[in-house]
Design a binder for this molecule. Structure first.
Ligand SMILES: Cc1cc2nc3c(=O)[nH]c(=O)nc-3n(C[C@H](O)[C@H](O)[C@H](O)COP(=O)(O)OP(=O)(O)OC[C@H]3O[C@@H](n4cnc5c(N)ncnc54)[C@H](O)[C@@H]3O)c2cc1C
Length: 438
């Protein structure tokens, strides 16, 4: 059972000493052993080690699964922190409400969404998830419970949003929803033959479309360097036809591949087919939000395709003006090192400030790349990425990280000491110990 707790990238593999399911206990099952540390666990959709606690105890929060109150007039929902965003959508969408911010998977818990202060494809319009959190209750290892909101325990509110589970367990949260008139999205895919055009499309589309993200073919070179597809969409208005909801899980990876089928040959073939299939601008299509927003959920267990070694995602944001040269520089570096990425995704982050002390999003261009089988060569490449990102004034996303060095982390997040001061003395994680090491 303990071994089944892993992160999405399945790297690093660590062994927790124990897992405790938390329900509606009045206090945490804290041991007297001063060397045992605790960490809440949501649904393990973080890529790296922010949800892992080697040698320590994980507090599985998925037992906190109750809806508490829903005001269908005001669109305010209160539920326990282990409820999945998918379950919230199932409840509120038929009533004309929607979650204002959704990451690329809906299989994330409410507590995990707050603790990583997640963002979606509409950051320019809605900012991060934490901006829509009104209040929550935090349980500390001492047994103390604190209601936190912008006006009540504001430091704990700020520290817990994006606080990576280190300030205590979020028991429940109250969130503000947004109205929708239809559960459809009018979407289109726009091809771009090179990075120049992809950036133009990305920035233009961010003005007129709520949801915008670009997929990059990270293997295209020469005049096609940075070619890709821009996916954009807006919620449909009232009167949009009800679409028949197909079964969402198209395919399930049934086993752990002994050798990963994700390699340069298969990725090149896949990318070329995807690009050619969309080479002509598609006309706007009416799509169910579920199909448009959660493409990555279509293959259940897609992380198993990377084989036993797992994979790493490098996810950074850099100021807008540096976006194109940084992305170009990183792509060229992957070619020089002979390690092209299997997947690249670009988004635009707008100016709405993130509420969390350690929140990742800030105005600029966000770029994420996947690398199978993390070994020393990949680690060296990502260290070089760190050099590019930090000189551009950017930062790396902790929720996707499993390797950044303490010096890099402390330079990206100089406010880390303020979170350290708010950290529950009995809480820690593999990530936190790694990045705060002297
Ligand atoms: C396919 C895919 C696409 C993704 N797309 C995006 C994206 O577009 N944008 C984005 O921002 N992220 C994205 N992510 C990352 C994901 O949204 C975050 O890592 C999220 O935090 C995972 O939530 P979880 O419930 O699985 O929590 P876990 O991964 O289990 O934990 C995440 C953190 O939350 C803490 N935590 C969990 N529950 C609680 C609680 N009750 N109280 C206090 N702390 C708690 C944990 O300690 C940990 O630090 C994606 C992940 C995947 C797999």
């Amino acid at each position: 059972m303990v071994g089944r707790y892993e992160s999405w990238g399945r790297y690093p593999r660590v062994r927790q000493s124990a897992v405790r399911l938390i329900w509606r206990h009045l206090s945490l099952p804290v041991s007297r052993d001063p060397h045992r540390s605790y960490l809440p666990f949501g649904n393990g959709r973080s890529y790296g080690d922010t949800c892992l606690n080697d040698g320590g105890i994980l507090l599985d929060a998925r037992g906190l699964d109750r809806f508490i109150a829903f005001d269908p007039e005001e669109g305010v929902l209160r539920c326990e922190a282990g409820v999945l965003l998918s379950q919230i959508l199932d409840l509120v969408v038929p009533k004309g409400w929607f979650l204002p911010v959704l990451p690329g998977t809906k299989f994330v818990t409410l507590g995990g969404a707050i603790a990583s202060d997640v963002h979606g494809k509409n950051h320019s319009r809605e900012g991060t998830f934490g901006r829509h959190v009104r209040r929550f209750e935090l349980l500390r290892s001492s047994g103390e419970r604190r209601i936190c909101s912008p006006g009540e325990n504001p430091d704990w509110f700020r520290g817990t949003i994006g606080g990576l589970g280190l300030t205590g367990v979020i028991l429940w949260a109250e969130i503000a929803l947004r109205r929708i008139q239809s559960q459809n999205v009018i979407s289109e895919a726009v091809p771009a033959p090179n990075l120049e055009r992809l950036f133009e499309q990305l920035l233009d589309s961010s003005r007129n479309f709520e949801y915008v993200a670009a997929w990059i073919d990270c293997l295209a070179r020469g005049e096609n360097l940075g070619r890709g597809l821009l996916f954009r969409g807006n919620h449909a208005g009232a009167g949009s036809p009800a679409l028949q909801r197909k079964s969402r899980r198209g395919f399930r990876v049934p086993l752990d591949f002994p050798v990963s089928p994700v390699n340069e040959v298969t990725v090149r073939l896949f990318n070329t087919l995807v690009y050619l299939a969309h080479e002509k601008l598609s006309s706007p299509t009416v799509t169910d939000y579920d199909v448009f927003l959660f493409e990555l959920d279509r293959i259940e267990g897609s992380n198993r395709l990377y084989g036993p070694g797992g994979f790493l995602q490098y996810h950074c944001v850099v100021p807008l003006e540096c976006g194109k040269p940084v992305v170009e520089g990183m792509l060229r570096l992957t070619f020089r090192q002979g390690m092209p990425s299997s997947l690249g995704v670009l988004k635009v982050f707008g100016a709405l400030p993130s509420p969390g002390l350690l929140s990742f999003p800030r105005p600029g261009i966000s770029f994420a790349l996947d690398f199978p089988s993390p070994g020393p060569k990949v680690m060296r490449l990502l260290e070089e990425f760190d050099g590019i990102v930090s000189s551009a004034g950017g930062v790396v996303y902790p929720a996707k990280d499993a390797r950044m060095a303490p010096a890099a982390f402390k330079a990206y997040y100089p406010q880390w000491e303020a979170l350290e001061a708010l950290r529950d003395p009995k809480f820690s994680s593999t990530f936190w110990r790694r990045v705060t090491k002297e």
